[in-house]
Design a protein around this ligand. Structure first.
Ligand SMILES: [Fe+2]
Ligand SMILES: [Fe+2]
Length: 356
């Protein structure tokens, strides 16, 4: 099957699924890459399962994840595995993580887990690791090297200050735009492990990094930020093709730094607005320190759409089916950069929606 016919086949499946349900599922196609046996994997992220009391959980967050799981189970061909991109729990409680593990057990494909800050900061990932294992690890699948990172660590001094106050520690981290929240980092120990892990990986081997935080410094005000991302990029720079898939931002983003293509997975719980359309609170209107490159203008609710990622092309291309918004393609332009040629052009833009 050619790349184009593969793409059309997947888009057909995706379009049918979206018409029915508009679910936040990312499907990644690695067919046709050099030296790689064709396969797909799906990504779900940021379920934020939140316990109210006892066995009661916030129903809409539960439903988002349940529906996305049902969607993944219907995909044809079935994905080889599913990545859960972190923030399975909202407040990091054992009950929330147990509930998430139970819901995810309905997936027919095996699951690879990434830890998010909402899973981590109550007990430093203890309950999470008991359920899902190591917080950073790597594995190979059909010619692709996958690396899973815990990218929500932070500096030791900040952690020490909260060592006896786990609930306050969690609350200090998880508020969006909260003053004093520490910047996320991968950290020295994990970067040393990564350097070691990469020593046996050949230059042409496609690498996919699965992370919760963006592994970029996008917007510190909302902690869309990885402090030591330059050092992580330096470790990945020698390789021909690296793709980073991250959660956390609950919105659609794509960007590229040299040989590394980045894209976000959406949330099954709720979308965050794009900062530029956050019109309710003009005084705290966020300014991106490094403008993200995305198919602009998207709609706030696009965080609950469907996306198809083609890792088979020379550089990653993206296809989005969106809620209440035309489908978008982000394809490689004449300069070799990913671009939404239709909607990023000034004539194709519509004013930012103002819902807040
Ligand atoms: Fe999240
Ligand atoms: Fe997060």
């Amino acid at each position: 099957m050619t790349i184009d016919s593969n793409r059309r086949a997947f888009l057909r499946h995706g379009t049918a699924a979206v018409a029915a349900a508009l679910l936040p599922v990312t499907l990644v196609d690695v067919a046709q890459a050099r030296g790689v046996e064709p396969f797909t994997f799906a990504v779900l992220s940021d379920a934020h399962l939140q316990q109210m009391r006892g066995a009661e959980f916030v129903r809409s967050w539960d439903r988002g994840l349940r529906r996305a799981i049902a969607e993944v189970n219907l995909l044809t061909p079935a994905p080889d595995f599913v990545v859960f991109g972190g923030d399975l729990a909202h407040a990091g409680r054992r009950d929330e993580l147990d509930h998430g593990a139970e819901l995810l057990s309905a997936l027919r494909a095996p699951v690879r887990h990434v830890v998010g800050e909402h899973d981590y900061y109550l007990d430093l990932g203890n309950a999470w690791s008991q359920l899902f294992g190591a917080q950073w690890y790597s594995f190979d699948h059909k010619g692709v090297h996958f690396i899973v990172l815990n990218s929500v660590l932070t500096d030791a001094a900040w952690m020490d200050a909260y060592s006896a106050r786990p609930r306050e520690r969690m609350e200090a981290v998880i508020g969006l735009g909260q003053a004093g929240a520490p910047a996320f980092q991968v950290g020295d120990a994990q970067r040393a492990w990564l350097a070691q892990d990469l020593r046996v990986v050949s230059k042409p081997t496609p690498i996919v990094v699965l992370s919760h935080a963006p592994l970029q410094r996008l917007y510190r005000g909302w902690n869309f930020w990885t402090e030591d991302s330059d050092a992580v990029h330096a470790l990945l720079r020698p390789f021909d093709r690296v793709t980073v898939i991250y959660g956390h931002v609950h919105q659609l983003q794509y960007s590229r730094v040299g040989n590394i293509t980045f894209f976000s997975a959406m949330s099954t719980a709720w979308p965050y607005p794009y900062p530029e359309s956050y019109a309710q609170a003009v005084d705290v209107l966020p300014t991106l320190s490094i403008p993200e490159n995305r198919a602009d203008p998207f709609f706030e609710r696009d965080g609950a759409g469907w996306q198809f990622i083609n890792l088979a092309s020379v550089k990653t291309e993206l296809y989005y089916n969106l809620y209440n918004n035309p489908a978008r393609s982000v394809i490689v332009n004449a300069h070799g950069d990913p671009e939404d040629t239709t909607y990023a052009a000034a004539a194709g833009r519509v004013p930012s929606q103002q819902h807040y």
